[in-house]
Design a protein around this ligand. Structure first.
Ligand code: ATP
Length: 304
């Protein structure tokens, strides 16, 4: 009898700080970041099949036309990697239901890769040890290990070495999506051009870690940083208005998420987040939502 399909849910990430260092010999930039998983999700359903196939659907507010359906899709790459890691000649049908905007700086593709690894591990009853899944995830992309882990964690190396950090808060974010995505490589290239050669190694700020451990939203607001923000704002100057409007409406601080163009606004509580959301919506930003963090990493939501 064939196994029942398995659905795994994985969350979007934001970077509370994102320090970008020099380009390493392997072509990656050295990163020192603190990730937080927030309550926006993609679901991946894996079903037994003789050959690989992929379908992508989404809520109507999400444009999936830029999501590749061929072997370059990171979910298919994840599936093939897991099969070859175990020496298996197996395949599956993958269905991705996207709730995370594409090319938004929220690592939706990485969430799909993490969800696929976990869904196939359960579908095929492989019991891959966590450390092995994390290592495979790191081969797929810098943000994929964090999508497995979730919560709040620092990322070192090129972001793939993840370690949980103390987080006493339950944080309220207003997430402002953009109609057009931004290419991550383009924003890194912009940063390299802006700052030349002598780039120090990046570090995670102690003030940020202290603010998280204390659950202190004012201190966290003062410690949010992103080295990719200036290059993202250079390419998309309109995002400055989003950040300024959010702060004027009562947010404690605004930040471009990763390489953008999604902006996130930290608010003191639920009430404040709702009123910041309403102001942005009234100003014409149609895709604005309130999300909390931290939330769990990739987890099974149906499993018969
Ligand atoms: P990055 O993870 O590179 O920082 P991002 O978070 O801004 O990117 P993603 O939604 O992860 O944005 O997608 C980046 C690009 O990856 C897309 O433009 C698309 O071409 C490609 N891609 C491959 N697989 C997927 C997938 N499963 N979902 C979304 N995009 C994918």
């Amino acid at each position: 009898m064939s196994a029942a399909p398995v659905t795994v849910r994985a969350a979007a990430k934001i970077n509370l700080c994102l320090g970008v260092g020099p380009v390493r010999d392997d072509g990656y930039h050295a990163l020192a970041t603190v990730y937080q998983a927030i309550g926006m999700y993609d679901d991946v359903t894996a079903t037994e099949a003789d050959g690989w196939s992929l379908r992508v659907s989404a809520h109507e507010r999400i444009d999936v036309t830029e999501v590749p359906l061929d072997d370059s899709n990171i979910a298919l790459r994840a599936g093939r990697l897991l099969a070859s890691h175990h020496g298996l000649d197996r395949a599956a049908a993958l269905d991705i239901d996207k709730g995370i905007p594409v090319a938004g700086g929220l690592a939706g593709g990485s969430a799909d890769a993490a969800a696929t690894l976990l869904a196939l591990d359960r579908l095929w009853r492989l019991d891959t040890p966590d450390e092995e899944l994390l290592r495979l995830a790191g081969e797929l992309g810098s943000d994929v290990p964090f999508a497995l882990l979730g919560g709040t964690a620092r990322g070192d190396g090129h972001g793939e070495q993840v370690t949980r950090v103390a987080d006493a808060g339950s944080w309220w974010w207003v997430v402002v999506e953009s109609d057009i995505g931004l290419s991550t490589p383009r924003i890194y290239a912009e940063l390299d051009q802006m700052r030349g050669d002598a780039v120090p190694d990046p570090e995670v700020s102690v003030a940020l870690l202290d603010a998280l451990a204390a659950g202190d939203s004012t201190a966290l607001a003062g410690a949010l940083t992103n080295d990719l923000q200036e290059p993202a704002l250079h390419v998309r100057p309109d995002l400055r208005d989003v950040l300024a409007l959010g702060v004027a409406a009562g947010a404690l601080q605004g930040l471009v998420s990763g390489s953008g163009p999604t902006c996130v606004l930290l608010c003191a509580d639920h009430e404040s987040a709702q009123s910041v959301r309403a102001v942005l919506h009234a100003a014409g930003h149609e895709r604005v939502q309130v999300a909390t963090g931290p939330v769990a990493g990739a987890h099974v939501v149906t499993y018969a």
